[in-house]
Write a protein that binds this ligand. Structure first.
Ligand code: BES
Ligand code: MN
Ligand code: ZN
Length: 500
């Protein structure tokens, strides 16, 4: 995939396919101004006949474009012109990318970006374009035959910009979008790989590969022995039943002066979650291979930061373990002492994510981060509460929560803040340890967050529960790569805020 920019008008372009926006109310678009009367009336006809109404997300392929150098046109609805916003524009873009990705067109020009969209500048339009295109082009082939399709090996994608546009801004957007798109697909691939391939050792190997790509990155992989010495018994308790040894992956990226405190991202990397002795029911258990999606997304975002050479310091931690039942597995009622010195009564071995994060978060404090964000497929309760649209956001810090909320909105990878108050703390009381690892039946996402909060002391911390957003079910079953876009947006923001 190659991205280019042109300022040529539609009637002087040569391409196999052009993506042309249309408004539901028939209002003219910038790009269509250059079309012949014949083609304009064909488009009007298509709309009048109802073949396409112009709603956001609708597309229609016109195969006969007469004398135009662009051989086919994919009409993409943007909705009503007076209602055009980032959401509608992104929806049109995603649909157009999905539709054209299946085509044989070697050269595609897109003209959606010529429209003025409130809330989207040139950089963001180009970023979203490149990112969406990468998203649409992803195919899982690691363990299966590739489906035969018409897609050309190397597709050329051209963004049309208006004559007066700031081309450097468009260029920057394309670069960012490609980095983010690739990072997202990297995370998706890890989420889709089966748990007999994507093991803790596999995640560690991927992390090392990332580190080799940049002199700014150093990798340290903590093994069982080192974790024992550090007293990470909470983390270690999760994989007692597994034949696979745990890894605590630590990647440090240095893009700013050493005295600048880093941002720390901590991912849950349970490569398979059977529930352990508190065994999960059998149905859809296969999906628990995605329980390392937090780790996948923080590794993915590290790849984007490396590619974009962001001027920040970043520490990425991924706690990689497998949660299995077995003769040595942790049992309900077992008590372990975490690295923080506090004891935990493990009442349910299926509440394992928080057990590994307790030690990983506590360990992350040694980097004295300006912000620390953990990302975890932590609770079914979060999926119940928010469905698959919003990731759950928990933080005691309003400014950090707002940074993340905005990054989510701007990147189209949104979060919804849920409570994290002292009211819920008593739920974690235990008669036998400093705390239990589960609360009552209610507010499960919040009590999980409360548990984590005990290990971050007074750090500037937020928790993202991605149980609902990292995975899709149904015909498009698979990993979504969320929240890579959100995290990338957040770090781009940190880069500009912290250097200002
Ligand atoms: N990985 C799961 C959370 C999960 C469940 C994600 C369903 C996506 C879909 C997590 O480790 C887990 O099992 N959580 C338990 C916690 C409970 C035992 C307090 C849950 O949510 O049921
Ligand atoms: Mn579990
Ligand atoms: Zn889990």
């Amino acid at each position: 995939m190659e991205f280019h920019i042109t300022t040529d008008k539609l009637d002087s372009l040569q391409a196999d396919l052009g993506i042309l926006p249309v408004y539901q109310d028939g209002k003219p678009t910038t790009a269509a101004a250059g079309l012949s009367r014949g083609l304009r009336s064909r488009i009007a006809q298509a709309m009048a006949s109802g073949d396409i109404q112009g709603k956001p997300g609708e597309t229609l392929l016109l195969t006969d474009t007469g004398k135009l150098g662009v051989k086919r046109l994919l009409l993409a609805g943007l909705g009503r012109k007076d209602k055009l916003d980032a959401k509608a524009w992104n929806k049109a873009l995603a649909a157009a990318a999905k539709r054209s990705e299946r085509s044989a067109a070697e050269h595609v020009v897109e003209m959606l970006g010529l429209e003025q969209v409130p809330g989207l500048d040139e950089t963001r339009k180009a970023r979203n374009f490149a990112e969406q295109w990468h998203y649409a082009s992803y195919r899982y082939t690691a363990t299966r035959k590739a489906a035969e399709d018409a897609r050309p090996k190397n597709r050329k994608l051209t963004v049309t910009a208006s004559g007066g546009a700031d081309l450097a801004a468009v260029e920057l957007g394309l670069k960012q979008g490609q980095a983010i798109g690739r990072a997202r697909n990297f995370a998706r691939e890890l989420g889709n790989l089966p748990a007999n391939v994507c093991t803790p050792a596999h995640l560690a190997a991927e992390a090392r590969k990332l580190a080799r790509r940049s002199s700014r990155v150093t990798a340290k992989i903590l093994l069982e022995k080192e974790m024992k010495e550090l007293g990470m018994n909470s983390l270690l308790s999760v994989c007692e039943g597994s034949q696979l040894k745990p890894r605590l992956i630590v990647l440090r990226y240095k893009g700013a002066p050493s005295k600048t405190p880093p941002v720390a991202l901590v991912g849950k990397g349970v490569t398979f979650d059977t529930g352990g002795i508190s065994l999960k029911p059998g149905s859809a258990m296969d999906e628990m291979k995605f329980d390392m999606s937090g780790a996948g997304s923080v590794l993915g975002v590290m790849q984007a930061v490396i590619e974009l050479q962001l001027p920040i310091n970043l520490v990425v931690l991924a706690a990689a373990v497998e949660n299995m039942p077995g003769g040595r597995a942790t049992k309900p009622g077992d008590i372990v002492k975490a690295m923080s010195g506090e004891t935990i009564e493990i009442l349910n071995t299926d509440a394992e994510g928080r057990l590994i994060l307790a030690d990983a978060l506590y360990y992350a404090l040694r980097f004295k981060p300006s912000r620390i964000v953990d990302v975890a497929t932590l609770t079914g309760a979060c999926l119940m509460a928010l469905g698959r649209h919003y990731s759950g956001l928990f933080s005691k810090s309003d400014p950090l929560a707002e940074e993340l909320r905005l990054a989510g909105e701007d990147s189209g990878d949104p979060v919804w803040r849920l409570p994290l108050g002292p009211e819920y703390m008593p739920e974690l009381k235990s008669n036998f340890a400093d705390m239990a690892n589960i609360g009552s039946r209610y507010a499960g996402a919040t009590t999980a967050a409360c548990f984590l909060s005990r290990f971050v002391k007074d750090a500037n911390w937020a928790h993202l529960d991605i149980a609902g957003t990292a995975w899709k079910t149904g015909s498009s079953k698979g990993s979504t790569g969320r929240p890579v876009p959100l995290l990338a947006e957040f770090l781009l923001g940190c880069a500009s805020r912290d250097s200002a």
